[in-house]
Design a protein around this ligand. Structure first.
Ligand code: PMT
Length: 407
């Protein structure tokens, strides 16, 4: 993938060298364009050495008249030969020029000639970032469909603390890769509520009943939905995964807690994806003290946990409800049964108890059961790819519903 990395003139310009390195690690060919301001902070040689490419520093950099003629159209050639334009750091000045179409240097001229996806990673002083003029420019750029990797809160070079720090380099690199993959913001305006991971039902203060869910499938869905522009709330049992980007994470432990948080968040949700592996039973009573080990056989008296999906099916209103089915056999029949009995709009059935699908695996293979009686088989792929296919189908259901009900 060919990427143009535009570097604005801010203190964070030195971090753009790390971004170039990370993009190269992700198999990108990186063409760097430094603004005049950027060159006050970083040397072209740094980037030329990292990227093994000539670094563009000026609109008219060559000396001879002939060379000047060819460099005058270089911005068109660079625009045509690259798939993604990322600007990091995007300073207030660069953003203002982009918003208003001012083309007075190589980067701003190239921007007007570029037709591919644009990723902007702003960085500036917190007061500048908060200024109405800067925010108005951001609104224009957002409305143009550019991906904004929001600046982070933290210590700024000017000695203050606040929003304005360049986002983590990996976040910017992720946005570039997603932009290149053509991920559309087709879930913008939707609020997606995802549940993921296992629940833990205490037996006593130190023991619990649980299952092997790692959270990977649910987290992949949450992350993919956020990348497609949805507001995402992820209600997760205990897992060892980092919180996905741009997702509001709510951590719970028991099925009862998950039940409580799901119904607390339901009002704002337009789509609910119930991927969590909720324990089906909990202790009738949890002793306050640790159960002592004895030689005698013991049994636990268990009560069923609340069936959250079934209750969602009764209370969903016009929301789309996507359930999961973890099965060891008869995927289609079980998916169709759960679709009906839990009043879902779609059920995602996967085989569990195997090495490379279901619990803990990085890959999965699923059957989608739909209310029109159709089954869609999604062959084995990474959980992120499966998540994307599931969301494609969810979007189709949403569009079909909008066509019928106008919502
Ligand atoms: O987390 P990973 O390691 O990536 O593994 C992914 C997964 C295998 C956990 C996931 O793909 C999956 O199958 N999730 C659903 C697991 C499950 O509990 O399936 P089930 O067939 O027992 O339940 C059916 C549905 O009812 C599920 O949507 C479940 O969330 C829901 N449920 C179940 C019990 C309960 N008390 N309340 C519920 O809402």
């Amino acid at each position: 993938m060919n990427v143009i990395l535009g570097v604005g003139g801010g203190i964070a310009a030195y971090k753009a060298a790390e971004l170039a390195r990370v993009l190269i690690q992700r198999y990108c060919r990186v063409q760097v364009v430094l603004t005049a301001g950027a060159q006050e902070f970083v040397r072209p040689l740094t980037f030329a050495t990292l990227t093994q490419q000539k670094v563009i520093t000026d609109m008219f950099s060559s000396e001879s008249a002939e060379a000047t003629l060819s460099s005058a159209v270089e911005h068109i050639a660079v625009a045509q030969n690259n798939e993604v334009l990322v600007v990091a750091p995007a300073t207030a000045n660069v953003l203002a020029k982009m918003a208003h179409g001012i083309a007075d240097d190589f980067l701003s001229t190239l921007y007007l000639a570029f037709t591919g996806p644009v990723v902007l990673a702003p960085a500036m002083n917190d007061k500048m970032w908060a200024h109405a003029a800067a925010q108005a420019n951001m609104a224009i750029l957002r409305a143009r469909g550019h991906r904004i990797v929001e600046p982070e809160d933290g210590f700024l070079a000017c000695g203050t603390t606040g929003p304005g720090r360049l986002a983590e380099i990996t976040r910017i690199a992720d946005a570039v890769v997603e932009a290149a993959a053509g991920t559309a913001h087709d879930l913008e305006g939707e609020t997606v509520l995802v549940t993921a991971g296992p629940t833990q039902e205490p037996i006593d203060p130190v023991r619990y009943i649980s299952n092997r869910s790692s959270g990977k499938m649910g987290y992949a869905i949450a992350e993919a939905a956020a990348a497609r522009g949805a507001d995402v709330v992820l209600i997760s049992g205990p897992v060892n995964l980092p919180a996905p980007r741009c997702v509001r994470l709510i951590s719970i432990r028991t099925a009862q807690e998950m039940h409580h948080r799901v119904f607390e968040e339901l009002e704002a949700a337009s789509i609910v994806v119930k991927c969590a592996a909720v324990a089906d039973f909990r202790m009738k009573e949890v002793p306050v003290q640790k159960i002592k080990k004895t030689a005698a056989r013991m049994s636990l008296e268990l009560d069923p946990t609340p069936d959250i999906l079934a209750e969602l099916g009764r209370k969903k209103g016009d929301r789309l409800l996507i359930g999961f089915a973890a099965e060891t056999e008869n995927l289609r029949q079980e998916a169709a049964r759960k679709l009906e009995s839990k009043n879902c709009d779609m059920v995602v059935a996967n085989l569990v108890g195997t090495e490379d699908t279901g619990f803990e695996a990085d890959t999965n293979e699923v059957v989608l059961a739909l209310r029109n009686g159709e089954f869609i088989e999604i062959p084995k792929a990474s959980k992120r790819e499966i998540a994307s296919e599931i969301l494609d189908q969810v979007l189709k259901l949403r569009l079909a519903r909008t066509a019928v009900h106008g919502r």
